[in-house]
Design a protein around this ligand. Structure first.
Ligand code: ADP
Length: 334
């Protein structure tokens, strides 16, 4: 697994749980989403009724799960957690919905990956607090309507555009999470260092924040690797020296690019003169599957303006040449 992977593993979830902010007031960054969500929750609290359903969209590792937990904590209601891939049949969803208590918060991670039949059941349930439970099979099957107590769905998705409109429309509030700036990551890292019980100075934390690709999950992971380095080779303190040494060891450079990212840029510039070159040709040159290059390396390289996707293939930008310490070719158009 890459140290800069924005996704997580089951093992890591355990460590992550300890680092999650518990209340909205402890949640750094995303000021708009925080204010909007704060208002929605406070109004619901004053009315004494569940808030509108909440949809959180944005790339992995930015705090969607954390915010779902915060919604439940702020409402002082229990949280039920499930995910789109875990709900393959409408019956799976019916079982969850019919066991919800009044006011409970249902977190549906990766909601865009639910089956069609479950989606339909969900938006009826969200609108009318009712499910039709089908009993029996074939011509004798009957649908028995079941009233549900009011509850709140918090859906999370990395691809809001993939949600069918009828489902999307059932969410009264949608919060879009964006990549964090360095200052917010610094705040997050100081807080995490405190929770991990490691001493961290401003330069050390700043060094890590700058390489974290705008993503708290990556920031926290890099912090743990720097802490390891500091405990083995240093005096246990996360400072700039420890950060630089540890991140060099894990191949994360100043800009947060790792070995695969740099290999893609190297191939593009040195082998293909900056492109454009087709994805599969580029992938062969770095010894990876096209899919890996496209889904693992490319999103960040495109977002940061190192490469462009053009109709004729992938092309390097001036930033890519500069990042590799190479002169920008005279013909370079972007
Ligand atoms: P997502 O559900 O969007 O993939 P998570 O909520 O699981 O992201 O967050 C991943 C990790 O990053 C968690 O350990 C969480 O504590 C941390 N994290 C995310 N956003 C923040 C934030 N604003 N402040 C502090 N930690 C955060």
């Amino acid at each position: 697994a890459r140290v800069v992977d924005p996704a997580t593993s089951d093992d890591e979830r355990v460590v992550e749980a300890a680092l999650r902010p518990r209340r909205l007031s402890e949640f750094p960054g995303q000021p708009r989403v925080r204010q909007q969500l704060g208002l929605v929750l406070e109004a619901a609290r004053r009315r004494g009724s569940p808030p509108d359903h909440v949809l959180l969209s944005g790339p992995p590792g930015l705090g969607k799960t954390t915010l779902a937990m915060i919604v439940a904590a702020e409402l002082e209601r229990p949280l039920r957690v499930t995910s789109g891939p875990a709900i393959q049949h409408a019956g799976d969803l019916a079982a969850v919905l019919s066991s919800l208590d009044e006011g409970e918060v249902l977190f549906l991670d990766e909601i865009h990956r639910m089956s069609r039949s479950a989606e339909e059941m969900l938006y009826l349930a969200m609108e009318d607090f009712r499910v039709d439970v089908v009993v029996g099979k074939g011509p004798g099957a009957t649908a028995i309507p079941l009233e549900l107590p009011p509850f709140t769905v918090v859906g999370a998705t990395t691809r809001a555009g993939l949600l069918p409109a009828p489902l999307r429309d059932r969410f009264g509030f949608t919060g879009h999470l964006d990549f964090y700036d360095v200052a917010d990551l610094v705040t997050i890292l100081h807080r995490s260092a405190g929770l991990l019980g490691v001493e961290a100075d401003a330069d050390g934390v700043h060094e890590i924040a700058g390489r974290s690709r705008g993503t708290p999950r990556i920031a926290n992971r890099l912090l743990r690797r720097v802490r390891d380095w500091a405990q083995v080779h240093g005096e246990g303190r996360v400072d700039q020296h420890a950060a630089r040494e540890a991140l060099a060891l894990f191949d994360v450079d100043q800009a947060g690019l790792d070995r695969l990212d740099r290999a893609v840029l190297e191939a593009l510039c040195r082998r293909f003169g900056g492109g454009p070159v087709g994805l599969s040709t580029l992938a062969v040159a770095v010894g990876e599957e096209s899919d890996t290059v496209e889904t693992v390396a490319e999103p960040y390289l495109v977002r940061e303006g190192y490469i462009l996707r053009t109709p004729r293939g992938r092309a390097a930008t001036a930033a890519a040449w500069r990042h590799l310490g190479l002169p920008v070719p005279a013909h370079q158009a972007f």
